[in-house]
Design a protein around this ligand. Structure first.
Ligand code: PRP
Ligand code: MG
Length: 212
């Protein structure tokens, strides 16, 4: 019998709550996250612990069947991937921020400037809609340091509590989108796996209802 392969974030802000959700829907996993793959004891499910940024491609290729992932990552990298369910945790927003000392009157102030980000597609789309052109510099982590080391005039990253912006003397000036954890589904799911996913989704809906 085939098993549904579910990807969860290996480490980072979504990991703990993703595992908690799986536990709450009755999927118990034996081994810890040191292993990159784990089987559920009581359900035809395998859990893969992966890097956030890799998950959209795995879904597209059908290497994994479903994933618990931030909607912001899907918007950036996985436009053709469907969302089965919003999960109500890990909410954040994707924002442009500039140094506190900068006088900011609007996005046109960033014309010709450098924006450091891990979300190049999201930023480019936003700039295009507003008719502003800027230079996007891709950084994979610790983005908020960029203005302080002279790498860029602005950054675009996710903001949750706002503490990272605060610590780096930055202020939020544009909100590009809001995001939360979602259950994402591979576009190439077969019927047998869809049936397993339907069961999981039903359980998730019950858990979410209970939280309301
Ligand atoms: C994330 C994100 C922001 C920060 C936002 O970084 O990239 O920097 O969290 O959260 P806050 O508003 O609550 O401070 P993370 O710490 O995951 O590290 P990374 O950027 O190096 O991947
Ligand atoms: Mg960060």
């Amino acid at each position: 019998m085939s098993k549904l392969r579910i990807a969860v974030q290996k480490a980072g802000r979504l990991h703990d709550e993703s595992m908690e959700l799986l536990k709450n829907i009755g999927i118990s996993i034996d081994n810890g996250k040191d292993q990159l793959k784990a089987s559920a004891r009581n359900f035809p499910v395998e859990v893969f612990y992966l890097r956030n940024g890799d998950i959209p491609q795995y879904l597209k290729d059908g290497v994994v069947d479903a994933a618990i992932i931030g909607e912001n990552v899907l918007i950036e990298k996985g436009e053709d991937i469907g969302i089965a369910e919003k999960l109500g945790f890990s909410s954040c927003r994707v924002c442009i921020a500039v140094p506190k000392s900068m006088k900011y009157n609007g996005l046109t102030d960033l014309e010709g400037k450098r924006i450091a980000t891990s979300y190049p597609n999201t930023v480019q789309k936003y700039l295009d809609t507003k008719g502003v052109s800027a230079n996007i510099h891709i950084i994979n982590g610790s983005v908020e340091i960029a203005p302080n080391i002279g790498l860029s005039e602005a950054i675009c990253d996710i903001v949750s509590s706002g503490s990272t912006l605060f610590k780096n003397n930055l202020k939020e000036v544009e909100t590009l989108l809001r995001s939360e954890a979602v259950l994402a589904v591979s576009p190439v799911l077969n019927k047998e796996k869809q049936a397993i996913l339907d069961k999981i989704q039903f359980r998730i809906q019950s858990v979410l209802k209970g939280r309301e």
